[in-house]
Design a protein around this ligand. Structure first.
Ligand SMILES: [Zn+2]
Length: 70
């Protein structure tokens, strides 16, 4: 069974990023920070990339208020 895909929050910019459960680090696509997956705040987990992107879309449209991008 493949690893779960986690939706984690960048500790620096608060952006959402996807990481495989077995990944140690992930580079934030928004600010370039290296995010430690195990220490990052996890919002959700998904069975596959498709489900993860659906969750991500809901998070972005729902809870994320308008932020100015850098
Ligand atoms: Zn970031």
């Amino acid at each position: 069974m493949p690893a779960l895909t986690l939706i984690v929050v960048c500790s620096r910019c608060g952006g959402y990023l996807l990481a495989k459960e077995d990944q140690k680090t992930r580079t934030c696509p928004y600010c370039g920070t290296t995010v430690l997956v195990e220490k990052a705040k996890k919002l959700a987990s998904a069975e596959n990339a498709y489900e993860a992107s659906e969750i991500l879309r809901r998070l972005k449209s729902g809870t994320l208020s308008k932020q100015k991008s850098v």
